[in-house]
Design a protein around this ligand. Sequence first.
Ligand SMILES: CC(C)(COP(=O)(O)OP(=O)(O)OC[C@H]1O[C@@H](n2cnc3c(N)ncnc32)[C@H](O)[C@@H]1OP(=O)(O)O)[C@@H](O)C(=O)NCCC(=O)NCCS
Length: 166
Amino acid sequence: MSCSLRPVGHAQRAPLERLTAATGLFRPDEVAIAVELLDDALAGDDDYRFLGAYADDRLVGYACWGPTPGTARTFDLYWIVVDPTCQGKGVGTQLLHAVEHKLTMDDGRLIVVETSSRADYAPTRAFYERRGYTQAARLPGYYAPGDDLVIYLKDLTHGVLATATA
Ligand SMILES: CC(C)(COP(=O)(O)OP(=O)(O)OC[C@H]1O[C@@H](n2cnc3c(N)ncnc32)[C@H](O)[C@@H]1OP(=O)(O)O)[C@@H](O)C(=O)NCCC(=O)NCCS
């Protein structure tokens, strides 16, 4: 599926909320957080950066990332979401690669992604693993009993800077 990647603006606030909710994976309070982060970004907060994927001017996916406070060039990928009707067509990969490219240009070192161990997140975990993200930690029962926090890492420097002494 061919998409163009562009910033996410005020006009995409409602579509972003709708497509995040439409995945069926996120609770209403989690959907509200995604919208809040967009509001912060649109208000000029550089801690949250958004990139949208558009098909014929319709927002079909987005990624949100930002620098991890207190680290040397580590970034968190907070959200990556593709409209359920457009999943499995390469949009998520396009977004992920674009974020990685931007971070490489910004001298980024590590990307951290937090996700869940739940069975309904298995395709999400496979998505990251097939794209070079390695499971770095797992906190049992973090989200809820039986629902672990799974933390993935990707080293944008291929190990050169990640292991260098500060
Ligand atoms: C995870 C997600 C961003 C991937 O985007 P996508 O556009 O569906 O992915 P692509 O088409 O680029 O890549 C497909 C790959 O992702 C995997 N995948 C993950 N979820 C998938 C889904 N719902 N449908 C199809 N493929 C999915 C496939 O296994 C496939 O793997 P492969 O190419 O290595 O064989 C998207 O499916 C999504 O929004 N999922 C729900 C929200 C979510 O889990 N977000 C991440 C946590 S914040």
